[in-house]
Design a protein around this ligand. Structure first.
Ligand code: 13P
Length: 281
């Protein structure tokens, strides 16, 4: 069933479990994520970035795709369709109008006051449509072809103000992770995660979950992270699967076989991530 993220995250926060946002890129990814999470009986958040939405054709295409797959595949688990890193109030409104159940507004590069004001606009529109809102504070680092860009972590005081004044449902707080696959040691501030878990009345979202091993992800969960976003790890797993299939099958031309050859690796990666909700190693 398609739902907003409020209840699934509140329940997970209480139980100190993680709900994943897996980012989608096309039909096959969306289908694989839905099938695997349904098989494992875990709720899931499908994250659609503006880039992925543009690639797939638009907000309505993405919403119809998700709604139709859930019906035709008879998906029973709770699913939330979420706009990832909305870059404007208009983009969030567009997603809500198309049927997204949750939106993220990312005004983290703006001064706190402006971030609060813009986020409040989205919250007002979203609440009237039963849609949940995530927003970001602090600045996330990233790893790309240009190298590692370290972000700036948030702090408890700003985060409390941000959550109270905006009325958001979950907060993406910069705590030391980076977007993309970074294999070195990251300086994740577990103390800050614990403080945020104990003092905020909303769930904490960890962006940049890729490149972190299961032990690190489990430590984040134990410290108090409730939602973890994964994009690049799925991309890497899927591409490796496709590359090796193409090397072994030089004459293949069927796009269904080519695209589908990454699906097993994608599902395996989803299993690895979900496994951190189990206690122990
Ligand atoms: P990764 O690409 O590091 O998994 O980050 C995904 C993310 O945070 C999407 O919002």
């Amino acid at each position: 069933m398609l739902v907003n993220s409020r209840k699934m995250l509140e329940k997970a926060k209480k139980e100190k479990k993680v709900v994943y946002q897996f980012n989608i890129n096309n039909l096959e990814w969306t289908r694989s994520i839905l099938e695997e999470c349904d098989r494992l009986k875990v709720p899931v958040i499908l994250g659609a970035s503006e880039g992925a939405i543009k690639y797939m054709g638009g907000y309505d295409v993405v919403a119809s795709l998700c709604y139709s797959l859930i019906t035709d595949l008879e998906i029973k688990t709770d699913v939330c369709l979420h706009l990832d890193h909305g870059s404007s109030v208009e983009s969030c409104i567009r997603a809500i109008d198309a049927g997204f159940n949750s939106v993220m507004l990312d005004m983290s590069k703006k001064p706190l006051k402006e971030n609060i004001e813009l986020t409040k606009e989205v919250v007002k529109y979203a609440k009237n449509n039963n849609v949940s809102v995530e927003a970001e504070i602090g600045s996330m680092g990233s790893i790309s072809g240009k190298g590692l860009e370290i972000g700036t972590n948030t702090n408890l005081k700003d985060c409390l103000t941000f959550v109270e004044e905006t009325g958001i449902d979950s907060v993406a707080a910069a705590v030391g992770t980076v977007h993309g696959i970074y294999r070195g040691e990251l300086n994740i501030d577990y103390k800050l995660i614990e403080q945020l878990y104990e003092n905020l009345n909303v769930p904490l979202v960890l962006h940049g979950g890729s490149g972190l091993d299961s032990e690190t992800l489990r430590k984040c969960r134990e410290a108090g992270v409730t939602k973890i976003n994964i994009n690049s790890d799925l991309q890497e797993a899927w591409s490796k699967g496709v590359r090796s299939y193409l090397e072994e099958n030089k004459d293949v031309i069927d796009p269904r076989k080519i695209i589908g050859s990454g699906v097993a690796a994608l599902k395996e990666m989803i299993d690895i991530k979900i496994n951190i909700n189990k206690d122990g190693k």
